[in-house]
Ligand binder design. Sequence first.
Ligand code: CU
Ligand code: CU
Length: 287
Amino acid sequence: MYIRKNQRNLTSAEKKRFVNAVLELKRRGEYEDFVGLHTDFYNSDGEGGPRAGHMAPSFLPWHRRMLLEFEGALQRVDPNVTVPYWDWTTDNTPAAALWAEDFLGGDGRARDQQVLTGPFAYGGGHWTIKGGVTEGKFLTRNLGRPSAPISLPSKAELASAMDETVYDAAPWDSTSASGFRNRLEGWTSDREQPWLNHNRVHRWVGGHMLGASSPNDPVFWLHHAFVDLLWDRWQQKHPKATYLPRTRLPADDPQYGRAISLEEPMPPWDVRPSQLLDHKNLYRYDA
Ligand code: CU
Ligand code: CU
């Protein structure tokens, strides 16, 4: 059992070890596997076919498993490293220590959103973005989207997700109007506030965090560790609520074969959501 800490409480030595382990996975070429995994499972509900990672009930267990895979890879490099979490309701400005030179580095520059500071700046020679021919080789960010400013989710906005009493609701996709999963994942048709919670954090960071290859920005892991922690908090708040759908959807349900129920395997791991509802034997959060 190990502890995942709030990034704001890491010592400089702990920050360094996390960064070094991430850089080592990059050097070995293993980091690209995680970017590829996320890209492969970025299918949306408009596309048809099964959805394991996004716009679906299994959004939370799927990302929990992905984080465990990544954390395991980090720990094979350095057994003392765990994935920190970023509480974006508190550390909610570009001035947060998260973005300092000794940790994740700062914002992208105005011209091309290229990150120029910290260990993941292209100029440092250790963080070249691989993949699409049309994309640049350098990490990009656009913190707060200055051209059309957005803010990180507030505690009040997050409370609207935490107050949901059921885990998820039909039609089990990005249009689910109630349920914790979609309020936290953050799809909505509200034109005033088109991105909530988890989704808005991706929008706020901008650059690589906007798309399917968002793990190219290491802040992805800290963001999703906090999302994972929030699932814990929601379970504590609603102890009688369970993962939904509990049973396989009937064949006449439009989401049959598309949304994963409690005991159906999640690709690519062949692990069921029921196996990921409790992680306390593996890791705990410091909050
Ligand atoms: Cu994702
Ligand atoms: Cu995400």
